[in-house]
Design a protein around this ligand. Sequence first.
Ligand SMILES: Cc1ncc(COP(=O)(O)O)c(C=O)c1O
Length: 395
Amino acid sequence: MTGGPCQVQFPAPSLSGGAIAGAGAVVNDTPILMSLGEPQHQPPSLLTETLAAHAHEWNKYPPMAGTPELRQAIVDWLARRYRLMPGSLDPDRHVLTLAGTKEGLYLLSSLVVPREKGGRRPVVLVPNPYYLVYNGAATMAGADAVFLDATRENGFMPDLAAIPRAVLERTALFYLCSPANPQGTIASLDYLKQAIALARRHDFVLAVDECYAEIYDRVPPPGALEACAALGHGFDRVVVFHSLSKRSSAAGLRSGFAAGDPSLIGHFKHLRDYGGCQVPLPIQAAATALWRDEAHVEDNRARYRRKFDIAEAAIGGRFGFYRPAGGFFLWLDVGDGEAATLRLWRDAAVRVLPGGYTARASDGRDNPGSRYIRLAIVHDEATLETAFARIRRVL
Ligand SMILES: Cc1ncc(COP(=O)(O)O)c(C=O)c1O
């Protein structure tokens, strides 16, 4: 305990901490910030047009679960995208809208992590590297985060067969990310089925963060609801998270949803009734329009493909380069991620994320991110060309 009123010590380090905090660029180049996974494309005009058409609704309290129109648009999109049987999702029972997936991913742990599981302190399984919210959510719910290393050796996806039985018996929640941030790996349908079977066998909740599902290179990533449909038994113990932040380049809209196990979704709605944040009606209307439109998503995807073409042409064959199957990050093996980050910033004004800052050493194993840097490939093509030229010069 560090003292003061706070009861919990937050997991460290933060993305901006460590040795790079305070380091200044010593070159005069214009800084290029590739450390943050923030889309740089403009969202389609559909967004602002719909917001404007619903401008008279800012005075109203919005429904917590989402408007019927938005939930129907989401159910229609899920059914189309994951080839689900018509009617298998009910907008009233299976879907809950969120003010972005971040809050939902975080809140879920307080809903499903009990004080004890199997007579012991509960466990939350976290892929390693991870999106920082998973770890924070585990800590704040009073669980032990158990880190499942996702390395080159296991195809950058946690090895499900290697999770000890004693850990599974204590597990209350498993956060899985596909396409994975940062490595871009896509979980196969079989992998998702195995993860669901584990959740059902060991009575824990599987939360699949699919917020990069629409940014992919060649093959649309399968989803956990699709895996549920293939397995039967409905959506028992499974919840997926989707967002408009990446799909529609609308991170500022703060709009996402959770879908899956109806009992879980029902309790989740109650929790959000107390502590959640309603999404304003004009934003729900804009989200409805965006989930109903695919043209802007295809355009977005094509633009990311061109960015990865540029990356491949510039640094293919170096730093263990591979073209990620999904998402918009490069995960480069530079030997020492923190040292490379410092060099890139000081000598080239290119800001990247040291891979070790989004992963951690655990159970006597090395930090699986420490050799890597993460680059968000979000900028326009000319800026990317410049960034890769500088990277080649400095590393
Ligand atoms: C893996 C992952 N999950 C969830 C989120 C949260 O997205 P949002 O809250 O904008 O929906 C992000 C954002 O960067 C992310 O990288």
